[in-house]
Design a protein around this ligand. Sequence first.
Ligand SMILES: NC(=O)c1ccc[n+]([C@@H]2O[C@H](COP(=O)([O-])OP(=O)(O)OC[C@H]3O[C@@H](n4cnc5c(N)ncnc54)[C@H](O)[C@@H]3O)[C@@H](O)[C@H]2O)c1
Ligand SMILES: [Zn+2]
Length: 451
Amino acid sequence: MAASSSFCSQRTLPLRTPSHSHSKLSSRHSLVRLPASGSYSYPSPYLYSESNNYCSGTRAAKIGLKASATPAAPVMDQTSSSSPAVSTVVEVDLGDRSYPIYIGSGLLDQPQLLQRHVHGKQVLVVTNTTIAPLYLDKTIWALTDRNPNVKVESVILPDGEQYKNMETLMKVFDKAIESRMDRRCTFVALGGGVIGDMCGYAAASYLRGVNFIQIPTTVMAQVDSSVGGKTGINHRLGKNLIGAFYQPQCVLVDIDTLNTLPDRELASGLAEVIKYGLIRDAEFFEWQEKNMQALMARDSRAFTYAIKCSCENKAQVVSLDELESGLRATLNLGHTFGHAIETGFGYGQWLHGEAVAAGMVMAVDMSRRLGWIDDSLVKRVLNILQQAKLPTAPPESMTVDMFKSVMAVDKKVADGLLRLILLKGPLGSCVFTGEYDRQALDDTLRAFCKS
Ligand SMILES: NC(=O)c1ccc[n+]([C@@H]2O[C@H](COP(=O)([O-])OP(=O)(O)OC[C@H]3O[C@@H](n4cnc5c(N)ncnc54)[C@H](O)[C@@H]3O)[C@@H](O)[C@H]2O)c1
Ligand SMILES: [Zn+2]
């Protein structure tokens, strides 16, 4: 079956001016109808000057985000790591559930940032055994400094995806109930995506919903899981099967927390950063091609910028399609193949971003076989993933049948048809579609598997 020509139509997004009010959002929602599958490409969001500088404030306005008071974020050179990091704010526009994402260095040293989003007098910090010794005291200080009326409790959960379950969730409720947390209390997630997802789901259901703040401490959480309101836990029969859409009051990304993050976790998060460039932001991808070494060297200004661009992209997708009726699915580039790797190879063997990286290579390979992208883009994807020290092929033990059996039960199967996110057209354009030649999928699987 050949791809339908309707997928060639390009979608552009409405631009939002700084005067855009929340009340206008609902009318925009009703205007933007999202197809179950379609082609998504966006107006070039960056300004790129001869001096190699990006003007981020203007860019934010151009891609329809509330402009932040951010000075221009320069492209990194290797000498910039000693300069102070700029902090920035990205607004997630969801009407009366809108919230800011603060990004920068030293944000946990600014108590007023956190305190302004704590409404009641009781706070429950949810964290784990790895992060508590590193950042719990600092977080409690930030919550209580010159704020004697607030009472902070904490619950320290075991570390690991295997604990993202109902039993561990109950420990959060136990602590909240024992501490007599009332409806005006605030839950604070201090950690990576596992803690963020669990704490968010606890906040969504405790007393039918209490305030919630995200302090993400992994790249994965800072660029992806803390933004957009997906919360939940795993069931023994599958990942993230129990959960809720629940938005936080704010997200506070203190990039200094990345200093203690293991290299492998850092690289895993970069897979999602690369993903945003590929699916919708060509100039961000080009910036990454020039600055991947700075990111790998944990240059704080490079990271502030990469997290900002990633959050802007995710925020915009989420504000257009909060409940994933179409556009939001494009954030899953490489995830269907990647999920098969995580399941087939065994959870915990490869990190999520590592599986997604190999999955993106497979999706890109398939897009090329369909004739939807140029060979040169395939090379650029391989090159940037190699620079980020991410895998570019699935583990050798993966077979065609392993891929097929997991992909057959993917959440994106509709009416027996597997819909995939594939690249189509120039860099920064993708489709979410079930209309592709099945042979191309078979050829890709065979090309990457020995049997
Ligand atoms: N809600 C969403 O939209 C969304 C999106 C993507 C991923 N997720 C979920 O996120 C989870 C993966 O998140 P993750 O990659 O952050 O994994 P994670 O939360 O398990 O963190 C990875 C490891 O790093 C440790 N760690 C965290 N911050 C640290 C720091 N600053 N210094 C040292 N160690 C630190 C953690 O304790 C853990 O051992 C998965 O459960 C996935 O389902 C959710
Ligand atoms: Zn992911």
